[in-house]
Design a protein around this ligand. Structure first.
Ligand code: GRF
Length: 208
């Protein structure tokens, strides 16, 4: 039997609103070439785990402080035959060794138009504080593939969002999530999974 949905793992750290956008896209059929199989949080109490469980998706914590953290994550990917990895509000920087050994596409969502306001130390609200401080008129979100350089891999999708005169970092963060991140993340996951399925079919690979 040919498998027609790529198996997706999502790594999270916090509230999981980006995860929710993917779960909703799966529910509504917008994400149809991929199946969210597994959610892993890198810290205790991440609300994202509850969101996953509510949607019936296997979810658990592997603490980032565990010396075996990366090995345990890779083992979980193997155990669940994961083919695509999504970092969705995931705050741990993965090592070049992890990225090499993973051997699957890893997508990341970043809340700015890369190459602006990105790189080491630029995450969460800090990105929007920098954008407001610099006075840019346009910001947005980027979905890119992960390589060894933080926020440096090939760009898959971007969406711009206007900065308003009275924006605070918090109001801007919210609008970038609503108008950009939650829209383009499921789209990019669908794109990557669809390509993966097509290539698998062309190779005539079967799965049981
Ligand atoms: C936000 O800071 C967002 O801008 C960034 O990740 C955080 C959202 O995390 N990309 P989550 O998906 O709600 O956990």
């Amino acid at each position: 039997m040919l498998r027609d949905r790529a198996k997706v793992a999502v790594l999270v750290s916090g509230g999981g609103s980006n995860l929710q956008a993917m779960l909703d896209a799966q529910e509504s059929g917008k994400l149809k070439s991929g199946q969210i199989e597994l959610v892993i949080a890198d810290r205790p109490g991440a609300y994202a785990l509850e969101r996953a469980q509510k949607a019936g998706v296997k979810a658990f914590e592997i603490n980032r402080k565990d010396a075996e953290f990366e090995d345990r994550v890779l083992k979980a990917f193997d155990e669940h035959a994961i083919e695509v990895v999504v970092l969705a509000g995931f705050l741990t920087i993965l090592s070049p060794k992890f990225i090499k050994h993973c051997g699957k596409p890893i997508l990341n969502v970043h809340p700015s138009l890369i190459p602006s306001f990105c790189g080491a130390g630029m995450y969460g609200l800090k990105v929007h504080e920098a954008a407001v401080k610099r006075g840019v008129k346009l910001t947005g979100a980027t979905i890119h593939l992960v390589d060894a350089v933080p926020d440096g891999g090939p760009i898959l999708l971007q969406k711009a969002v206007k900065v308003q005169k009275n924006d605070s970092p918090e109001s801007l963060q919210r609008r970038v999530m609503e108008q950009a991140e939650w829209v383009i993340l499921p789209k990019a996951v669908e794109m990557v999974c669809r390509t993966m399925n097509r290539e698998r079919k062309q190779r005539g690979e079967a799965s049981f």
